[in-house]
Design a binder for this molecule. Sequence first.
Ligand SMILES: Nc1ncnc2c1ncn2[C@@H]1O[C@H](COP(=O)(O)OP(=O)(O)OC[C@H]2O[C@@H]([n+]3cccc(C(=O)O)c3)[C@H](O)[C@@H]2O)[C@@H](O)[C@H]1O
Ligand SMILES: Nc1ncnc2c1ncn2[C@@H]1O[C@H](COP(=O)(O)OP(=O)(O)OP(=O)(O)O)[C@@H](O)[C@H]1O
Ligand SMILES: NC(=O)CC[C@H](N)C(=O)O
Length: 583
Amino acid sequence: MPRLRLALAQTNPVVGDLTGNSRQILAAATTASARGADILALGEMALSGYPIEDLASRPSFLAASRTAVESLALELEAAGLGELVVIVGHPDGPFEPRLLGTSNAPTAIAQNSASVLQHGRVQARYAKHHLPNYSVFDEYRVFLPGDELLVMRIKDVDVALIICEDLWRDGGPVGRVLEADAGVLIVINASPFERDKDEVRLPLVTRRAVETDTIVAYVNLVGGQDDLVFDGDSVVVDGRGAILARAPQFDEHLLVVDVDAASATDVTLPDAVHRVTLSARGGDAPDEERGVETPTIAELPDDREQVWNALVLGTRDYVEKNGFPSVILGVSGGIDSAVCAAIAADAIGADRVWGVSMPSRYSSDHSRTDADVLAEAIGFHYSTEPIADLVMPIESQLELTGTAAENVQARIRGIILMGLSNLDGHLVLTTGNKTELSVGYSTIYGDSAGGFAPIKDVPKLLVWELARWRNEFALSRGEVPPIPANSIDKAPSAELRPDQTDQDTLPPYEILDAILDAYVTRALGRDDVVALGFDPETVDFITRLVDRSEWKRRQGAIGPKISGMAFGRDRRLPITYRPSNAH
Ligand SMILES: Nc1ncnc2c1ncn2[C@@H]1O[C@H](COP(=O)(O)OP(=O)(O)OC[C@H]2O[C@@H]([n+]3cccc(C(=O)O)c3)[C@H](O)[C@@H]2O)[C@@H](O)[C@H]1O
Ligand SMILES: Nc1ncnc2c1ncn2[C@@H]1O[C@H](COP(=O)(O)OP(=O)(O)OP(=O)(O)O)[C@@H](O)[C@H]1O
Ligand SMILES: NC(=O)CC[C@H](N)C(=O)O
């Protein structure tokens, strides 16, 4: 059996940065070549970053992408890497437009493509067939589908190539892999992290390997892009479904593995298959001269560690890719701000985190002392800005009472954080969790003010779990646990009036999160939620709060998606909405 050495690079591109992303690809190619690889594959759109959204409708961006692919091929050749087959994803076009509406509507003129580079030029190109148009994906809006499977004959092995969603759909290119009798199937991906996604993704990869009787090499991007976090977790599986190699989650990594693939046959190719023959690296040099690559098979960490790592990477990449020197947040002694501060410190280092305690006349002693303990444990920059004297004049001049008065405190805190952000360039982190966002339990333009929301997709019960996990993790490494025990154990409170607790307004979090899971995540109607055994009045109260606060969410900051139903593009509902009966 011929042996191929595959290198899969989990790079972390920045959308639009064709020059920087090309540098990442060149670096991966240099290492892959030094390790004797025949083929280097990178994630979907590794050259442009993913998703490029309506940039795909700009001819100038497409022209720049084409130029970047051609330049990359020349640079590889100039660097002495021309023998290596490099598979790189990028948008391609412009093509004959598919009109989507009026003449002003965005028009699909691009394809989601992969170019095969060797000897200083593009040897072949593949265009993605299946354009996902659900959840966070809008590819049908901006891309034209491809209609041919690409097979590369290299070292007497037929290597088929497809792109991400193509693997998820029966029929189309994946259906033709078996007919083409390919020995290896390379899939380049931009597959965002979701809790439990691995329970779907890995079985899918192994199922396709068995169905198509090929070695499947699945390579995914890594890194944060706005609200998405790509987790890497690239994997190579043999035709019986056994894992041959697996890259770590959330890290840039080059996975190198030797595969013994079936020899190419002279089967008659189905119509929609294009085959190219590429020269073999190193000519006829015997495989033994390259030595043996011992493949790594990374273990997946447990659920809480995966989620923590996703939040940290999503936060870090938002800060770094948008050029912020530092972040700032209000620290109240409560669990949400404590967890956000710990995420921020893990993401960019405590010396780039600013925490501000902003006590009001209702702030408890423990809110200050717990914030002090947090600051000491994490070691971020810490200051105190009392707000009582700032709140008072507004309250009295406007004669505000009740919630109207309470919200002034949260808004003054927002003004302080935004003022310091304007002064020193910090990114403001807003600390709302998914439970609060679901029911609108935050003050608009107050504690919801901010540019990035690290825990916006984390329900309250999971916030507590993550806090406990992070502290245990610190202890297991002989480090100081970052989150004060008291912040975890005490009853949550907004402290906007004397002795307030969240449960004055909301049901216990065990019940609230369970109802939200049914209504928001599983999108059940009101009656179906009640049928799960919840008190009908509580269900009515909560579903009404959820519906009524859609407008607040629409104005809210983005934050890392960790679930299959994150607020934002996963869940698109009208703001103006009057349910006539149970929905
Ligand atoms: N459909 C719609 N479209 C556009 N705007 C709409 C709107 N519905 C209300 N509004 C506007 O929204 C205003 C009401 O919203 P908002 O000003 O936010 O105030 P509101 O939601 O009434 O009160 C804030 C709630 O969040 C709680 N809170 C505050 C701070 C922190 C925490 C915490 O523990 O995390 C909790 C607080 O205890 C209170 O229950 C209205 O006065 C109106 O201006
Ligand atoms: N005294 C305070 N000092 C500084 N920031 C505050 C203060 N009170 C509230 N904030 C800011 O407003 C946010 C929302 O307040 P809230 O009290 O709801 O959250 P929390 O204290 O972090 O968590 P919990 O909801 O568990 O109490 C806080 O996370 C914090 O960023
Ligand atoms: N980029 C894509 O085509 C991604 C779609 C795919 N179903 C995934 O999440 O992995």
